[in-house]
Design a protein around this ligand. Sequence first.
Ligand code: GLU
Length: 277
Amino acid sequence: MGRLAPSPTGWLHLGHARTFWEAHWHARAAGGRLLLRHDDLDRERCRPEFIAAAEEDLRWLGLDWDGPPLLQTARRSRHRVALERLHAARLLFPCLRSRRDVLEASSAPHEGGPDDEPIYPPAFRPPVDAATSPLGERISVNWRFRVPDGREIRFLDGAAGPQAAVAGRDFGDFLVWRKDDTPSYQLACAVDDAELGVTEVVRGEDLLRSTLRQLLLLEALGAPVPRYRHLPLVRDAGGNRLAKRHDALALRTLRARGTDPATLRAGFALDLGKHAE
Ligand code: GLU
């Protein structure tokens, strides 16, 4: 089963359309099912009108999905269960440092996508054998996953080819739960993909580094690992990645200008052959 996982933080643009078209294509070509999941964890930035708009835009593009769309926030109790399991396995630590502390003390460059984090400074970590505080009913500190330092994580990406990274060097201890008592994208995504039966994840290559973190979470939870395809990002004429705040290539704008969705689909189909198998 595949999935379409838009975040309702803005209008869908051409980059989303390409990714979702390809996710849809692979699922249907394999005779598989496809699920629509709105990744609505970010309370500040998500808006209900973007949920409705995403569904409308995807339908305009000619995509369909199976069953009612899911909201990631509706699965919070499942995310909490996973958090408790990781905590019981002593894989987490509470982090009282601010984003700014981490950013300032982090030596390695921060170069990933929007959900990426700078490498967590080892000096901020509690000792491995330190007693961990309980999670508590209402969470008011950030909880991080302690990565296995020096371990190489590998996977074969269906589009981007073989991937390898070293935990602690290429990415560090990452957030699993936030102090505003919400799960992080990494935790929610890993848990949802596994529990909803997703066997293939198609997304942009800005999330490659997130996948390494999610692989560690899936392993720690004893959950099945999907196949991954990370697609090159669609860029504008100036070579910049598309952002939701730039409306020029929003699907709504294209539609208002009379773009034929069949033309978009034909272009995406041409791109298909360019990714390695
Ligand atoms: N919702 C995420 C985004 O729009 C993508 C998550 C994923 O595909 O894992 O960036």
